[in-house]
Design a protein around this ligand. Sequence first.
Ligand code: NI
Length: 139
Amino acid sequence: MGETVRFGISMDEELLESFDRLIEQKGYANRSEAIRDLIRAAQVELDWEEGEKEGVGTVTLVYNHHVRDLSDKLTEHQHAHHDQIVSALHVHLDAHNCLEVLVVRGKVRDVRRIADELIGVKGVKHGKLVMTTTGEGLH
Ligand code: NI
């Protein structure tokens, strides 16, 4: 981490008021912490635009395990990408529905593709990729 630098920001009064409301809603301690988080979020988003960068994401899937071949297909996908899928959590939600959360790490292009493949398997009721960061290069 570098040295802490103080700087001033000029902005429209109403924009600042809405920012302060956001800070309160989100429970930030102060404006500085909120701004730091916004910058980090923008940086992570930017990183995900570069296919070659290393990223990490979580893929959440909800599906009915009674659907024919569905569990097998999802397991097959996971084995095919065992190098990138570093962890998996399975919860039996009820008698029929399963929740899976997979942690996928690799080039962001590959992480996106793996997530799309899994979410796109027929019978998956809901799927979402949350793109985050390895933390490297982010201060
Ligand atoms: Ni289950």
